[in-house]
Design a binder for this molecule. Structure first.
Ligand SMILES: [Zn+2]
Ligand SMILES: [Zn+2]
Length: 336
C-alpha cells in the first residue's frame, strides 16, 4: 500500500496545486487495481474544468484521464496498461449493443473518481487495456484521445456516401484531437483541409500531416465543398462554418464542445440533407483499436508530444491557457 504520493489537485478555477505528499487513495473495491502512473496527458476537458466551466468537475479533484501506467497491485502485476476512463455498467441496452459510451449508468476517471495527475491511481480492472511492455509510455497515454478520433472517423465512414479515401474532408481545429484526426485520415490517403487559428500550431500540421493549414480568421473556407466535416472545436463559429462548408448530402461529425449552445442553419440541413452527427468519446472496441493503431504507426511517430514533469502542471495549464504552448499535447511525468 502507498500512503503518500505526488499529486496535482484542481484547487480553484485557474489553479492547479502540486502536492509532494498527498494522502493516497487505496484500493477500495475488490475489482480495482493500483497503477503506478508513467505518463498522463492534459485533455481539453481538463482545461475546461481548470477554467471552472465544467459543473461535473469541481475543486478538490485530481483530474487526468489519458494515462499509461504499470499495474503494481492486483492481477497481472508489472503489466503496462492504459484504461478506458469511462466506467460502464456492462448490463444496460447500450452496453450490450457495444455502444458502451452511451451507458446510462456510467462513472468517469478524473471526474466522479480521482484521476491520473498523480503517482498512483486506482481503476476497475474492467477498464484496462494491456499494452506491449516495450511501447513508449507517452504513446500509450495517447490512446484515449486517439480513441475519440477512431470513433469520429468511424462515424464519418459509416455516414458518408463515398469511400472515405474519395472524400474531400475538412478538419476544424489542430489541437490534439484535430491533429490526430488529420493523421488518421492521412493513413487512409484522404484529401483534406485543416483549419487552425493558432499560428503556433501550423508548423506541426505541415510537418506531420503534410498539408498547409488554413487560418479561417484571414483566409476563406470554401462553401458547399466538403463531403465530410469533422469539427474538433465545437464553438458557435465552427458549428456555423461546418454547415456552410459541407456539400449537399454530406456529413458533419461534431466532436468538440466548446460552447454548449449554438445557432445552426436548420434550413440547409433540411433542404440539402446534411447529416449532423454528435460524437461522444469511444466504445471499448474503439479504445482497443486506437492502441493497435498507435502501435502500428497509423498516427505517425507522435514526436510532437511535449513532455513536462508533473510538478510543473500549473505552468503547463497556464501556457495552454495563454496559447503559448505550440505542442498540441502535453504529457506530464510523475517523478520516480
Ligand atoms: Zn481526454
Ligand atoms: Zn451500461
Amino acid at each position: 500500500m502507498i500512503d503518500k504520493m505526488e499529486a496535482v489537485v484542481y484547487t480553484a478555477p485557474n489553479e492547479m496545486t502540486f502536492f509532494r505528499e498527498y494522502q493516497s487513495t487505496q484500493i477500495d473495491r475488490d475489482d480495482d487495481v493500483l497503477l503506478r502512473i508513467e505518463s498522463v496527458g492534459i485533455c481539453g476537458s481538463d482545461m475546461h474544468a481548470f477554467h471552472g466551466k465544467d459543473p461535473r468537475r469541481n475543486p478538490g479533484l485530481i483530474l487526468g484521464h489519458e494515462f499509461c501506467g504499470e499495474i503494481v497491485e492486483g492481477s497481472n502485476k508489472g503489466q503496462k496498461v492504459t484504461g478506458n476512463p469511462l466506467i460502464t455498467c456492462g448490463k444496460c441496452e447500450y452496453c450490450l449493443q457495444g455502444r458502451d459510451n452511451l451507458c446510462s449508468d456510467r462513472d468517469m476517471i478524473g471526474m466522479s473518481r480521482l484521476g491520473a495527475f498523480a503517482q498512483y491511481m486506482t481503476i476497475p480492472n474492467q477498464c484496462l487495456v494491456h499494452a506491449t511492455n516495450s511501447m513508449n509510455s507517452n504513446h500509450v497515454a495517447m490512446t484515449e484521445p486517439a480513441a475519440t478520433v477512431v470513433h469520429a472517423v468511424n462515424l464519418a465512414i459509416e455516414n458518408s456516401f463515398k469511400p472515405i479515401k474519395d472524400c474531400n474532408v475538412l478538419v476544424i481545429g489542430a489541437g490534439a484531437i484535430g491533429l490526430l484526426a488529420a493523421l488518421l485520415l492521412k493513413s487512409y490517403s484522404v484529401k483534406m483541409t485543416v483549419l487552425e487559428t493558432n499560428k503556433a500550431r501550423h508548423q506541426c500540421v505541415k510537418e506531420h500531416v503534410g498539408v498547409n493549414p488554413v487560418n479561417p480568421i484571414n483566409q476563406s473556407v470554401s462553401e458547399d465543398s466538403y463531403d465530410v466535416v469533422i469539427d474538433c472545436v465545437g464553438s458557435e463559429k465552427t458549428n456555423a462554418l461546418s454547415i456552410t462548408s459541407v456539400r449537399a448530402g454530406g456529413a458533419v461529425v461534431n466532436v468538440g464542445l466548446l460552447s454548449w449552445s449554438s445557432n445552426i442553419d436548420i434550413r440547409k440541413i433540411t433542404l440539402q440533407e446534411i447529416k449532423l452527427i454528435g460524437c461522444y468519446t469511444y466504445s471499448m472496441e474503439d479504445f482497443r483499436s486506437a492502441l493497435r493503431s498507435i502501435e502500428n504507426g497509423d498516427f505517425g511517430d507522435l514526436s510532437w508530444i511535449e513532455e513536462m514533469p508533473l510538478s510543473e502542471t500549473n505552468l503547463a495549464f497556464q501556457s495552454l491557457h495563454n496559447g503559448t504552448m505550440a505542442s498540441a499535447k502535453v504529457i506530464l511525468k510523475p517523478s520516480f
